[in-house]
Write a protein that binds this ligand. Structure first.
Ligand code: GCW
Length: 711
C-alpha cells in the first residue's frame, strides 16, 4: 500500500480513530460490554500511518497569550487537539527573552510555555503533550536543543527512487512527466511529514540524494523544492539541497567546474541568488565530493577547503551553510579507515565559518559496530557534525527489527580524550568543547511512500530516536524506546483484555522495550561480532558474503579486504605493525587499541589480526567465541519472536501480524548469517564448532550461490 492511494487509508484512519475514541469513552463504563459487541480487534486496524502521533480523545484546554502568527495558531491547535492534562485547564504562551533558553528551546510548566521564539513554543507544545502521554512529570523544565541544526538527509533521486530506501518510493520526487505538478495529496503528505519532524525537533530536510544529479539545480527541480519548502515552513523546517560539484559544467555548460575559476564562482553566485529568490529561507547545500566517483575540487588540483569555501562564500550573504561530507576514500590497497582523517585534519582551521564537515559515526561506513571516527575531536577549529544512518542499509533493511538508538548513543558517549577525559563525541560536536559557529547533526532518512512511512512499525522508532537524540544528545536509549512505545502502541488498542496501566507496563512495555534495546547487539552478534565489518555479499548490503570477491572488483569493496581471514587468524591489523590507524586516536585510546590485551573485545578484529586460538576473556578460544557470538545472535532473535507473540493482546492485528511475519524472516536470515560465516571461516580456522553452538542447517555452497538473491 502506498500513500498515493492514501485517500482510502485516511478515511479508514479517521474511522478507526473515531471508533477508538468511542471505545475509550465507553471503556470506563463497561469494557466487557464493548468487547462482546465488537467481538474482535480487527476493527482497530492500524497501518502505522499516524506514527507516534495517534489521535486521542483530548480534554478541554484554553490557550492564552499572543496567537497572532500562523505558527502560534498551529501550536495552539496542536495543544487543544492533544491535551491530556486537567480538564478545563488554561495554558499561557509567552515569547520572552530568557538567557537560560537557547536557540529554539523552551521553558515548560503545567500551565505555561515560554520561549525566545515561536518555534520554541511549538516545540514546547509537543514536549508537553509527550510528557502527558507518557506520564512524565511536568515540573519547571528548561529544554534546549543540543544542536542548532537537526537535519534529515533524504537519499531521494529525482526519478522517485530512493538510494538505500526500504519503504517505497520518494515522498518528494516522482520523476517522469509528473515532476512539475504538485497535487493536493503531495501537500498533505508533506505537511504530515513536517508535523512528525517538528514533534521531535527536526528543523531541516535535505531533499535529494548526496549522489546528486546536476539537474538538482534546474529550474524545474527548484520550483518543486519551493513548493515543498512552503509546506514544511509552518513547522519550522528549512529545506536544503545536495549539489553535484560539476554543476557549472554539466548544467551551466561552462568549460570547467574548478572552484577557483572566476566564471565558476560567478555561476554559483548567480545560481544561489536564483535559489534564494524562490526560497528566501533556503538552508544551504550538502556536498559529497571526490567520493565514490563523484566530482570534486581535487579533480582540479584543489582541496576540500577550496571547494567548500567557494560555495560558502556564495551562500554567506543569505545566511546559508555548506555541509561538506568527509566520507571520502579512493580505490587503493591502503587502509580505507584512515583516509578521511588524512585528508581533513591538515585542513583544520581553513574552512569558512558557514562550512560544517559532516562525518559518519565510524571511519568506514555505518557498520553494525565501528569505533567512532577519529575526526571527532581532532578537528578543533572547524565545525563538525555527526552523520548517522537511520535507514538500515547495513542493519537488515526494513526486514529486521533493529533499534538504532543504542548504536548512536554508543557513538555520542564515546570518549575521544582529545581535550582530556570526558571529551565525548557529543561534546566535541555540540559546541561544549570547541566554539563552532554552527552546530548540527544529520540522519539519513528511512522514509518512503509506504503507508507506515518506514517499512515496518519498529523502523519508525529509528526516525523518532534520531530526532530525540538530535534534540538531547545525552538521552538514554531506554527512555527513547519507552516514550516511543507508549505513543505508538497506545493501551487503548488493547481492547480484548482488561488492561490496567500496571499490566500494560509489565506485559507489554517492559518486554518490548527490552527487545528493542537488545536488538542492535543482537544484529552485531549474528552478522559481524567482535569487530568484524563490511562482510556483506554484493552491493545490497543485506546478507552475508565473507567470500564475496568478484574478479576485477575494487579490493576495498570486497569482504576479504576487511576480515583478512587466513590459516593463522582473522581481523584487520590496524596497529603500528599494520596500517597504524590506531595512531589517529588520541591517547590513551591509541595505546589501548594498539595492545591486543587492552583492546575492547567488541572491536578486537577491527584493530587486530588475531590467532584462532587466542584466549579471550571468557576463557574461550577466539574461534569458539566467534561461534558462540553468532549462536547467541540467532537465539536472541528467536527470543524476539516469542516476546512478540506474547504481546499479541496488546497490539492491533495489522501491526501484530506484520511484525510477527517480519521476525520470522529476521530469524531465518540471522541463521543464514550464522551458518554462512561460521562455515566459511571454519575453512581457515580448521577447528570444530563448539558443541554448545547449534549445528548449521544450511550448506556453505548453497549459501554462496544464494548471495545475490538478497534481500
Ligand atoms: O555506504 C555507502 C552507500 C551508498 C551511499 C554512500 C554515501 C549515497 O552504500 O549508497 O551513497 O555510502 O554515504 O555517500
Amino acid at each position: 500500500m502506498n500513500l498515493t492511494s492514501n485517500q482510502s487509508n485516511n478515511t479508514l484512519n479517521i474511522m478507526n480513530t473515531i471508533f477508538r475514541d468511542f471505545i475509550h469513552v465507553f471503556s470506563t463504563c463497561s469494557l466487557v460490554l464493548v468487547v462482546s459487541l465488537i467481538g474482535t480487534q480487527n476493527l482497530l486496524a492500524n497501518n502505522g500511518n499516524d506514527l507516534w502521533l495517534s489521535n486521542h480523545l483530548s480534554k478541554q484546554v484554553t490557550v492564552i497569550g499572543s496567537l497572532k502568527t500562523p505558527m502560534l495558531q498551529l501550536a495552539a491547535k496542536e495543544l487543544k487537539n492533544g491535551w491530556q492534562g486537567r480538564d478545563g485547564a488554561t495554558v499561557l504562551f509567552t515569547i520572552k527573552k530568557d538567557k537560560s533558553i537557547k536557540l529554539d528551546g523552551f521553558r515548560l510548566d503545567s500551565n505555561r510555555i515560554q520561549s525566545n521564539s515561536e518555534l520554541g513554543i511549538l516545540y514546547g507544545v509537543y514536549d508537553l503533550l509527550r510528557r502527558q502521554q507518557t506520564s512524565q512529570p511536568i515540573g519547571s523544565i528548561v529544554s534546549n536543543p543540543s544542536y542548532e541544526l537537526r537535519i534529515l538527509n533524504h537519499w531521494d533521486n529525482s526519478d522517485g527512487s530512493v538510494e538505500r530506501g526500504y519503504a517505497g518510493r520518494s515522498i518528494f520526487w516522482r520523476g517522469g512527466g509528473t515532476q512539475l505538478s504538485v497535487t493536493e495529496g503531495d501537500r498533505l503528505l508533506w505537511q504530515k511529514y513536517a508535523r512528525a519532524n517538528a514533534s521531535i525537533g527536526i528543523n531541516g530536510s535535505v531533499l535529494n540524494n548526496v549522489n546528486a544529479n546536476p539537474q538538482a539545480l534546474s529550474i524545474e527541480f527548484l520550483q518543486r523544492t519551493c513548493a515543498i519548502a512552503k509546506e514544511l515552513r509552518p513547522y519550522g523546517i528549512k529545506v536544503y539541497l545536495s549539489i553535484n560539484f560539476s554543476s557549472p559544467a554539466e548544467l551551466g555548460k561552462l568549460k570547467s567546474s574548478d572552484p577557483l575559476n572566476p566564471e565558476v564562482i560567478n555561476w554559483w553566485k548567480s545560481k544561489v541568488k536564483e535559489v534564494y529568490q524562490l526560497i528566501p529561507d533556503f538552508g544551504g547545500f550538502l556536498v559529497k565530493a571526490n567520493s565514490e566517483g563523484l566530482p570534486g575540487p581535487q579533480d582540479f588540483g584543489r582541496t576540500h577547503a577550496d571547494g567548500a569555501n567557494m560555495l560558502a562564500d556564495a551562500l554567506k550573504p543569505y545566511g546559508g551553510i555548506v555541509m561538506w561530507r568527509a566520507f571520502v576514500y579512493s580505490p587503493s590497497d591502503k587502509d580505507r579507515a584512515k583516509q578521511a582523517y588524512n585528508e581533513f585534519v591538515p585542513l583544520d582551521g581553513m574552512f569558512r565559518d558557514n562550512v560544517i564537515i559532516q562525518v559518519k559515526n565510524g571511519p568506514i561506513d555505518f557498520q553494525p559496530r565501528e569505533p567512532f571516527s577519529p575526526l571527532f575531536g581532532a578537528l578543533k577549529k572547524t565545525s563538525i557534525m555527526p552523520e548517522f544512518q537511520i535507514t538500515q542499509e547495513y542493519l537488515g533493511h526494513s526486514l529486521q527489527l533493529v533499534f538504532l538508538a543504542p548504536l548512536w548513543e554508543e557513538c555520542l558517549q564515546s570518549d575521544t580524550h582529545q581535550e582530556g577525559d570526558g571529551s565525548t563525541v557529543a561534546k566535541c560536536t555540540d559546541g561544549s568543547l570547541f566554539s563552532q559557529k554552527h552546530t548540527a547533526i544529520a540522519g539519513v532518512a528511512n522514509i518512503g511512500l509506504d503507508a507506515d512511512w518506514c517499512g515496518n512499525a519498529f523502523a519508525q522508532s529509528n526516525w523518532y530516536a534520531f530526532g530525540r537524540l538530535a534534540w538531547d544528545n545525552n538521552l538514554k536509549s531506554e527512555q527513547i524506546a519507552l516514550e516511543w512505545l507508549q505513543q505508538t502502541f497506545t493501551p487503548d488498542q488493547a481492547i480484548t483484555k482488561k488492561i490496567t496501566p500496571k499490566n500494560w507496563q509489565d506485559a507489554f512495555l517492559t518486554p518490548v522495550c527490552q527487545m528493542m534495546l537488545q536488538s542492535r547487539e543482537t544484529a552485531v552478534n549474528y552478522s559481524m561480532p567482535l569487530g568484524l565489518h563490511h562482510i556483506f555479499a554484493g552491493n545490497h548490503h543485506y546478507g552475508p558474503g565473507p567470500w564475496y570477491a568478484p574478479r576485477g572488483l575494487r579490493k576495498d569493496w570486497t569482504p576479504p579486504y576487511y576480515h583478512q581471514a587466513d590459516s593463522l587468524g582473522i581481523g584487520f591489523d590496524r596497529t603500528s605493525k599494520g596500517s597504524n590507524a590506531v595512531s589517529q586516536y588520541h591517547e590513551p585510546l591509541n595505546a589501548m587499541f594498539e595492545n591486543v590485551e587492552s583492546c575492547p573485545e567488541n572491536l578486537l578484529l577491527w584493530f587486530h589480526h588475531v590467532p584462532w586460538t587466542y584466549r579471550m576473556k571468557s576463557g574461550n578460544s577466539l574461534w569458539d567465541e566467534l561461534c558462540t557470538k553468532y549462536n547467541s545472535g540467532v537465539n536472541s532473535v528467536r527470543g524476539f519472536q516469542k516476546t512478540w507473540d506474547q504481546v499479541q493482546p496488546y497490539v492491533d492485528k495489522d501491526r501484530f501480524l506484520d511484525i510477527q511475519h517480519m521476525l520470522r524472516r529476521h530469524t531465518r536470515d540471522a541463521q543464514i548469517w550464522k551458518d554462512g560465516c561460521i562455515l566459511y571461516f571454519q575453512q581457515f580456522s580448521n577447528m570444530p564448532i563448539p558443541l554448545e553452538v547449534e549445528r548449521p542447517i544450511y550448506d556453505l555452497d548453497v549459501l554462496m550461490k544464494m548471495e545475490m538473491l538478497y534481500p
